[in-house]
Design a protein around this ligand. Structure first.
Ligand code: ZN
Length: 168
């Protein structure tokens, strides 16, 4: 993706208030990120374990989404799990259910007001897909016939599906 500045990222959020967007803690060293290798930028908020963010190009504009981590269900956390965006298999703790308030639905009934998806819990999907980051030990090994570029295309399509649910 195209390199973004802090101001562009803060202005891109579609599903939080201006105050929340200005208070969000962004990744440090934005200028030093390898933007060309990022299909989207995702991060967890330091010091706020239930919050995450992602910023992506969607339908010709930059869209930022604030995410909340759903509380873990009892009995969860065992075995393996798969990110539904990049389809990377992790140990269960490597995947988290994250929900986004849908844009423009402030007072709607809760179940219609948010969109949820299982993400890599560090929101580093592009790094896993492109082999820049390795899954923690314990994840199921999956043999994939797709190469990194095809997996990245599939990840972008899955993310676009999620963003469509948030934005519309
Ligand atoms: Zn992922």
């Amino acid at each position: 993706m195209r390199p973004l500045t802090e101001a562009e990222i803060r202005a891109s959020f579609v599903n939080c208030t201006k105050g929340e967007a200005s208070r969000a803690r962004l990744p440090r060293d934005l200028a030093e990120l390898d933007w060309a290798g990022l299909d989207f930028l995702g991060w967890r908020e330091p010091g706020a374990p239930d919050r995450g963010y992602l910023v992506a190009e969607f339908e010709g504009r930059t869209v930022g989404v604030a995410l909340r981590l759903a509380p873990q269900r009892p009995g969860a956390g065992r075995g393996g799990a798969m990110c539904s965006i990049c389809l990377t298999a992790h140990p269960a703790s490597g995947v988290a259910l994250m929900t986004a308030r849908r844009a423009g639905r402030g007072a709607a009934v809760e179940e219609y007001a948010s969109a949820g998806e299982y993400f890599c819990s560090d929101l580093a999907c592009p790094l896993y897909v492109r082999g820049r980051k390795r899954v923690a030990a314990g994840g199921a090994r999956m043999t994939e016939s797709l190469d990194a570029e095809q997996r990245a295309a599939r990840m972008r399509a899955n993310l676009a599906g999620f963003l469509g649910r948030v934005v519309r």
